[in-house]
Design a binder for this molecule. Structure first.
Ligand SMILES: C[S@@+](CC[C@H](N)C(=O)[O-])C[C@H]1O[C@@H](n2cnc3c(N)ncnc32)[C@H](O)[C@@H]1O
Length: 217
C-alpha cells in the first residue's frame, strides 16, 4: 500500500463528517453537474471518495464506474449504494492510469476535489482526454486554495501545508487558482462550456469542459 492510499484510508471514516461544512459547495457542484448528464451516458467518477456524488447521479445516467485508490473509501461507497439499492454504479479500488481502461470509452469523466491533490494535474488531464469519447465532457470541481477563503479555513490550510512540509501528510496540497485550472484545460485540449466560482468559506471552481475533436499538443 502506498502512502497516499494509506492517508486516504485513514481519512475515510470521518470524510463525510468533515466535508459537512462545505456542503453548500458540494451540493451546488452536484446540482450543476446533474443538468449536464444524459440518460445514455457512461460515466467515470475519478477519486469517488465515499461515493456520495456517484450515488446521487446514478438515476440520471446509464452507468457509472466509480474509482478510488482507497479501499476504505470504496467500502463506504459500496455500503451507500447497497443501502440505496443502486445497481448501475460499479465501485472499484483503482487508479485512472490502470491499463485496463480503454481509450475513448466514457461520455463524461468527473474529478471532484481531486486536481489540487494529484501528483501531476497535467498527466491526469491528458489521461482523462484519452479516456473520453470525442467531444466527451470533463467535469471538475477544484478547491482553489490560492484564492479567497475565510480566516478559519485559511488557518486549517496553513496547518495542513505545515504537516505536508514535514511529511506528516503524504500528498501534495496545491494552492491552485481557477485561472490555473482553465489553463490546464486549455493546454490539455478542452474547451470550457460552463463554469462557476462557488464560494462559501472557501473558493471552489466548478467547470465543465468539452474535449476538442482536434488538439495540437
Ligand atoms: C478530496 S477526496 C474527494 C472525494 C470525492 N470526489 C468528493 O468530492 O468528495 C480525494 C479522493 O481521491 C482519491 N484519490 C487520490 N489519489 C487518487 C488516485 N491516484 N486514483 C484514484 N483515486 C485517488 C482519494 O482516495 C480520495 O478519496
Amino acid at each position: 500500500m502506498n502512502k497516499s492510499e494509506k492517508f486516504w484510508d485513514g481519512a475515510s471514516k470521518n470524510y463525510d463528517k468533515t466535508e459537512e461544512r462545505f456542503e453548500y459547495i458540494h451540493s451546488r457542484s452536484r446540482e450543476n453537474t446533474s443538468k449536464l448528464l444524459k440518460g445514455g451516458d457512461i460515466v467515470l467518477d475519478y477519486g469517488c471518495g465515499t461515493g456520495t456524488a456517484a450515488c446521487q447521479f446514478s438515476s440520471l445516467v446509464k452507468e457509472i464506474h466509480a474509482i478510488d485508490i482507497s479501499s476504505k473509501m470504496i467500502e463506504i461507497a459500496k455500503e451507500k449504494a447497497a443501502a440505496g439499492k443502486i445497481e448501475n454504479v460499479n465501485f472499484e479500488q483503482s487508479d485512472i492510469f490502470d491499463s485496463k481502461y480503454s481509450a475513448q470509452s466514457y461520455d463524461v469523466i468527473l474529478a471532484f476535489n481531486m486536481l489540487h491533490t494529484v501528483a501531476s494535474p497535467q498527466d491526469v488531464i491528458e489521461r482523462i482526454s484519452e479516456l473520453l469519447k470525442p467531444e466527451g465532457l470533463f467535469i471538475s470541481v477544484t478547491p482553489c486554495l490560492g484564492q479567497k477563503m475565510s480566516f478559519l479555513v485559511n488557518l486549517q490550510i496553513q496547518l495542513v501545508r505545515f504537516l505536508c512540509k514535514f511529511g506528516l501528510i503524504p500528498i501534495p496540497i496545491r494552492r491552485i487558482t481557477s485561472s490555473e485550472v482553465n489553463k490546464l484545460l486549455e493546454t490539455g485540449g478542452f474547451q470550457a462550456v460552463e463554469s462557476e466560482e462557488i464560494y462559501k468559506d472557501a473558493s471552489s471552481y466548478f467547470v465543465a469542459a468539452k474535449k476538442l475533436k482536434k488538439h495540437n499538443k
